[in-house]
Design a protein around this ligand. Structure first.
Ligand code: ZN
Length: 118
């Protein structure tokens, strides 16, 4: 594995740790090959003290996959995310009107689900 790939893998692990909603104690012990014997909630880490809001994202994922398919898998994840959040960039403007309507509807659906304004 090239040095750049190793660095990318370490960065991805760090991002995963930062974004995880799992107990930090449990994650750290797992990283070092140990297991957390207590309950799922340690009662002292940020995730246990302030659990992240969870929602059923099954429909959102379906719509996101539809966006990938409808753009014929030509775009990277960043562009798909921009389409889904309603960002009107050059590529968005080049999409057919039907797709724009679909993406905006998807964006509204996703935003209402997670409660973040456009
Ligand atoms: Zn915890």
């Amino acid at each position: 594995m090239a040095e750049q790939e190793i660095a990318r893998e370490l960065l991805n692990e760090t991002v995963t740790y930062a974004e995880s909603s799992v107990c930090r104690h449990k994650l750290l012990l797992h990283y070092f090959g140990e297991s957390y014997e207590k309950k799922d909630n340690c009662g002292s880490c940020d995730n246990c003290l302030n659990p992240k809001v969870k929602f059923d994202g099954q429909e959102d994922i379906k719509l996101a996959l539809e966006a990938v398919v409808s753009t014929k898998q030509l775009f990277k994840s960043k562009h798909i995310a921009e389409l889904l959040t309603g960002k009107k960039n050059r590529r968005y403007k080049s999409c057919p009107t039907r797709q724009k309507t679909s993406f905006l509807g998807l964006a509204r659906t996703m935003i209402s689900a997670i409660g973040v304004p456009l």
